[in-house]
Design a protein. Sequence first.
Length: 490
Amino acid sequence: MRLDTNQHMRLDQRMKLAPRMIQSMEILQLPALALEERIDQELASNPVLERQDAATSPAPDHSTETLPANAASTADAPAPAEADSDGFSRFLEEQAYSVGPRPRSSGAGDRDPKMEAMANAEARSDSLQEQLHQQWGLVDGISESTRLAGDVLIDYLDDDGYIRESVDSICHDLPPGIRRPDIEAAFPVLQQRLEPAGICARNLQECLLLQLDARRRDLDLDVTVPRLLIQHHLHDLEMNRLPQIARKTGLTLDQINAARQFMAKQLNPRPGRSLVNETVPAVTPDAIIERDETTGAYRIRLTDERMPRLYVNDLYHKMAANREVDEATRQFLANNIRNARWIIEAIEQRRSTLLRLLRVVVEAQKDFIEMGPEFLKPLPMTQVADQLGVHVGTVSRAVSEKYIQTPRGIFPLRQFFTGGMDNDSGEAMSWGAMKAVLTEIIAAEDKKNPLSDDAIVEELKKRGITLARRTVAKYRKTEKIPPARRRREF
């Protein structure tokens, strides 16, 4: 065995991130609510770090910035189940979503905002299965075996209120004392005795028919036409083939349209959702963009008024510098003082970066804020990073999970960073602006003769926008706009 030593040189590049830099990037990426939680964690773990509540300490001036009304825009620079079931469900359901800023308490004093939020929070509602088990327990006149089988079937319900598992699959693993005939006998009892109507159906057709029967019993309505359409022409309804339905059934288009309107208003393709209180969480903006109607200037304000201001206790500063204190204690204090300064500096750096970033965004997207989505301009992150003199990764972290409130509404900050192309007039248009124009064209079309994708291409050309037909089809799908044949009204 030969043992020897030798020397050689190697040139390579390595990136080492100091703990301070890692912490700064993490803080920058946090939205406002997550940052509050992070501050609470630091306060709990670092004894030298203390808080001064924002209620008794006004926000510093650097959390607000005003842009002149005549600020030049920097964005003008060149920028580098079954098919018919799902479809008819989309036709029937009408869901509204609303977002808004989190309600803020107007109180002062020693009240803890987190305790207030817990006290005012809505109690957790029972799950769909829990509510139906309670209903099932009150049903009388059924055998014990049927009651047990019903409890088994309720556990197979999905969030929409359907039992999509086959009977064979359910019967594969039954509890002792329950047999397949019990399961089969429990199905109609569940469907007839539980509320809302349509619950425990096995498919969309059965769900709608159960609801029709309930409307007929409760309201004494004539549901002959809707029942005929659901039983035999569900797929044709989804595909908007009303003339074919008329030819096959002998019904008039007015009768078919009236039945469709009745189904859209009276039937729920997802009855289970009506029992579960699904609240859309409120969006808390990280910044507010306000316009001064007198001067026309935009004011950018970070929503960190309630965030505590941090500082290092002077007593620990003195102890760390006092030679009479033992070495271990002074070292412990010095480490915590250093960590406290890092977190304070990281928070201040986050405020500064967000304000600088928002200033660029407002300058670039002023037309969007004033006139709407059609005026959203391309704004690549690389361009913003060059303007700010930072890495593009810093911009990406700064916009992550952030929302801003503008005079036009609340938007994800990332929405303002988009690519695009020049229109025929040489003006830069973002992809989002093109989608807004496409949506406007479709909204204004003649519903008796809706525009095909090729016709939409021609309409866009009239507005100076040149797009391929497949691009129009892609944008239409992303905006959840059906094709022309399904938009047509008869």
